[in-house]
Design a protein around this ligand. Structure first.
Ligand code: TXA
Ligand code: MG
Length: 331
């Protein structure tokens, strides 16, 4: 596996040899680990079914969940999906950025059935940051990319995380340092009259509702992103090895502590290990640190990870969603 460490402040990325090589590899149906502003993605040409199948194989996904296709612009997205007034508004307001829109698939769309899991809808996103966008623009292909972790594991926000998890199944990784947002995109479903929040993520629900001029509905269980595969079974996505205890009221010397904000819970100073997601209580900073903090505390050797209460507004909704999944019974 090759690791290409790029400094985007000084490098002319689009003209670089790495950019050219990455395009050739993607057009040849190879997988590439590519940074976005949310998390690192495991990218493949979304129009190439064999390449998409390699994604499922590398991730060890138990079933063919549909994948997000990443494109360079809203104009490109409209070639693959049907954009109504609401979709256009959201694309105008938030792309490029941490928002994925699930819209009806165009009958002429060349996106592989495997990427859209045979559904008549398609998930599209224009990511921020130049790497993924340019690769899509230059190859002329939508790029299917789930988070670059093995299925059920914590999403990668740094190249080292990707290599630890998937190093043996990818040919190269583009390393541009830690991801700025650090939590996956917010997914909004626009396939019928009711706009739905399919997954809370890096764009707060409140911002979306303001632009839409209406509230987002919840998603029925079978439409939720990361829906449990079998009824009655909670999906243990983002699972660390240590047990997770949410809304802990006090710390313990046997357990690690994932804290938030300036207020310490009783016993915090005796915790086995501690990571404060944001000492000042900033939810944006907390989201950016979340997955890294879970990795660090998970490898501390503590029996369990206790998590301090985190408010549920703004990015807190996505943070709490990921923490609940991490705490769910392991399947
Ligand atoms: O920030 C992100 O969204 C990252 C980066 C790499 O862009 N990607 C990501 O992909 O989180 P992934 O595969 O881990 O999650 C995509 C979710 C899946 O859980 C899937 O269920 C949902 O998107 N999804 C994709 N297509 C869908 C569709 N047509 N209808 C409903 N949900 C869909
Ligand atoms: Mg994922």
């Amino acid at each position: 596996m090759q690791r290409w460490t790029l400094d985007l402040d000084t490098l002319d990325w689009q003209a670089s040899a790495e950019a050219q090589a990455a395009c050739v590899a993607l057009l040849n149906g190879e997988l590439a680990a590519v940074p976005t502003e949310t998390v690192y993605g495991l990218a493949a040409d979304a129009t190439n079914s064999v390449a998409c199948a390699k994604i499922f194989e590398a991730k060890g996904r138990p079933q063919f969940n549909p994948l997000i296709s990443h494109v360079a612009s809203a104009e490109a997205a409209i070639e693959y999906g049907v954009f109504d007034e609401r979709a256009r508004k959201l694309a105008d307001a938030f792309w490029p950025g941490p928002l994925t829109l699930v819209v009806p698939k165009r009958p002429s769309s060349p996106i592989s059935e495997l990427a859209s899991a045979g559904l008549d809808s398609v998930a599209l996103r224009v990511p921020d940051g130049p790497v993924m966008r340019f690769l899509s623009e230059k190859t002329g292909r939508p790029l299917a990319a789930p988070s670059a972790n093995r299925s059920g594991k914590i999403s990668p926000t740094r190249a080292d995380d990707v290599i630890a998890d998937l190093g043996s199944s990818i040919s190269f990784i583009i390393d541009t340092g830690p991801c700025a947002v650090g939590i996956e995109s917010t997914i909004v479903g626009l396939t019928d009259e009711t706009p739905r929040l399919l997954r809370p993520g890096g764009l707060p629900r409140e911002d979306i509702e303001e632009v839409l001029g209406e509230k987002l509905s919840g998603a029925p269980a079978n439409m939720r992103a990361d829906a449990p595969s079998a009824p009655g079974m909670l999906s243990s996505h983002y699972a660390p090895d240590a047990a997770m205890i949410l809304n802990a009221r006090e710390a313990s010397s046997a357990d690690a502590l994932l804290s938030f904000g300036p207020d310490q819970i009783p016993g915090a100073e005796q915790a086995f290990a501690e990571f404060n997601l944001s000492p000042s209580g900033d939810l944006v900073e907390a989201a950016a640190n979340l997955f890294q903090a879970m990795r660090i505390l998970d490898s501390s050797g503590a029996n369990a990870i206790r998590v301090q209460f985190i408010p549920n507004f703004g990015l807190g909704e996505a943070i709490n969603d990921r923490l609940r999944r991490a705490a769910a019974p392991r399947s």
